[in-house]
Write a new protein. Sequence first.
Length: 426
Amino acid sequence: MNADVVVVGAGAGGLAAARALGGRGLRVLVLDRQRRPTSIAKGEILQPETVRILDGWGVLDALRATGACPVDQLAIRDPQGRPLLALDYRALPGSHRQILCADYGDLRGVLADGLPATVTVRWGQRVTGPLRAADGRVTGVRVTDDGGDREIRAALVVAADGMSSPLRKAAGITVDRREYPHGLVAFDVAGVEVADEVSAYRTDRGLCLVYPLPGGRCRLYVQVTPDEFRGRSAADLADWCDRLLAEVPAVRPLGTALRANLHRRQLLAVYRLRAARLTVPGLALVGEAAHAVHPMAAQGVNSSLADAETLAATLTAGGHPDDAGVDRALRDYDAARRPRLDHVATVSHSAARMLTSVSGLPRLLGGRMMRRTAANPRLLGLTAGNLSGTAVRPLSLVDRMYQLGLLVDRNAHRSAPPAPQRSERR
């Protein structure tokens, strides 16, 4: 079977690419090596710009019907729950001014259910490598499944095959991958009610993050050292939980439910990753194959869906493309997305350091920047616009000096100026 596009990976990024490309009339084949979708704690905080994208694809109502929780505010709090900095999304521009907290499986499900008739998804397909023309251009993929080996030809291959991306490696695209010196443990806590807020607690152990999920549940992320959970018995886990609740009094109302759900945990290593480029002739990277950031800033899956939207817009801007048209579009895609992804990486790392540093100068400076930003409505507006994706305007060097208290911002109580026009072609 041949196709206009082969998408490798049926996570949210791959399905979003299939939805966006198929919606523009292209024949898309999605291949995934898993025999069925897997469950993982990721991609649950959908920023307003992502909500806009989902609305445009016609799947937003279906996602809301799964019980996705609307949230108006992202707040940083101290261990007792007192506010340190709050971003009110209701003041954002545009018609989408809320976060949606949704199960990753539900997001993937509504994307799959909303695929156009031109899209086919096949599970249990292991892609063993790219096909290449004599000039090196990627022209398809080699696949192994229960029926044996075969080749699938396509004008475009989309690598949405995750952070370790074999296709990215085969294409010779290098990455800068750095592991943070801490991990996160994620708990799915059932039978609780939490505020309609994404709450990030800045504690002596680092980050503690709480937000609501469908079905009377919440997600709790806790920063841990790399070996903090190694070899833990049930009694050790109970002791660990008691210490956490003592260290962060604000989460004590979750105590009974957390103890009952300690077995429902996932240990996550945390990385920063940036690909040196997003394309080679005939192949584009989407999602974690191209970029990964700290979960604190809630940008990962949001960037993946924006990748898909931009790729489809550039690829079909001139009608149904031939190979040369595909490669021109890929250059446009790279030029449009890389500056935005660089900005997202900077914002995410800065937010992570502010909350995850536990000692020394980084923690001192993080606290100062947070206090100065909280007292400056203009900087709060800029920060909300950057995180939400609705009004992206990178902070200037002078803004950073205001955050550090090195300069006095005489315009602190004025509204942030409008964001520049997006560089992505829609």
